[in-house]
Design a protein around this ligand. Sequence first.
Ligand SMILES: *[C@@H]1O[C@H](CO)[C@@H](O)[C@H](O)[C@H]1NC(C)=O
Ligand SMILES: *[C@@H]1O[C@H](CO)[C@@H](O)[C@H](O)[C@H]1NC(C)=O
Length: 322
Amino acid sequence: MSNGGILTCVCLFYACCCFCCSKAMPTRLNQEPVNERPIIGILTQIISDEAMKPFGKTYIPSSYVKFIESGGSRVMPIRLTLTTAEYERIFREINGLLLIGGAADLQTSEFARVAKIFYNLALTANDAGDFFPIWGTCMGMQLLTVLVAGENLLQKTTAENIALPLNLTTEAGSSKMFQGFPNELMKALTQEPLTGNFHRYGVSVETFQENEKLQSFFSVLSTNVAENEVHFVSTMEGKRYPFYGVQWHPEVNRFQWNRRQNYPHSPHAVQLSSLLAEFFSNEGRRSLHQFESPEEEASSLIYNYTPVYAGNFTAYEQIYFF
Ligand SMILES: *[C@@H]1O[C@H](CO)[C@@H](O)[C@H](O)[C@H]1NC(C)=O
Ligand SMILES: *[C@@H]1O[C@H](CO)[C@@H](O)[C@H](O)[C@H]1NC(C)=O
């Protein structure tokens, strides 16, 4: 219901905007108010792993970058050491944000501080009709729940190095994330282990249902059962805001290959990862934020950095270090 509502709203606004512009500025008639060159920001992670320390202070595994690029977007790495004013400027330049997995305190870390700045900017922007999507994977999703709830509701829901099918809720059928998925893939999602889990904490279904803020903000699209039998929220999407969370890792299906890790690589697993990457890029296309100049844009993109081969000292094949 609410999903249909917001779509209509955005469409109406969009149509209204076109109408206004074409009337006031007929020369702009041919200008498509859709952004075909989306740029997604990815917050770096602070390095705690000793083996990675010689390479830099922060990092982004290449698999997340490839995930975004595979959907038709470009990536801007965002450092955690900038001022609020600098993040505000970056927000006006990028078309979406990816909060990646890793290990950081969800309330006191620099990662949490910077994510909160973008989260608040995104709330305000979306409220004003300035579309801005956020995607959280694993810890990124956990952080989204902390930001929305205003408190850390995580509990032990270990699912470490295991691929699982999703227990889809009835809301999954009318979701934005899975909209357009072929029926065969939706069926496979519930029967085949297409989602790689690498976490110890999560939000239990019970906690979610008891929390008014989470309940009203997100729809739960899938659940899974942890080693300790606790049912946890594994996929969620914003009812009103274009914010998405997966407790599992769609990027590993195509871009991580460590033999000790249970990364799903079946055709359905690859298709799932591809479609979600395309979905999020399409969300980014709806954001009209842009850099002030092509030069500034070029110097901000991930292409200015070279990933390092890390397959012999981490579970990642390649990592960008900053
Ligand atoms: C799937 O979710 C439903 C609630 O939506 C729950 O009752 C059921 O036990 C779950 N099944 C599994 C296998 O997780
Ligand atoms: C990993 O491999 C690279 C060469 O590809 C080598 O330079 C580096 O020393 C290796 N690191 C470890 C920890 O073995």
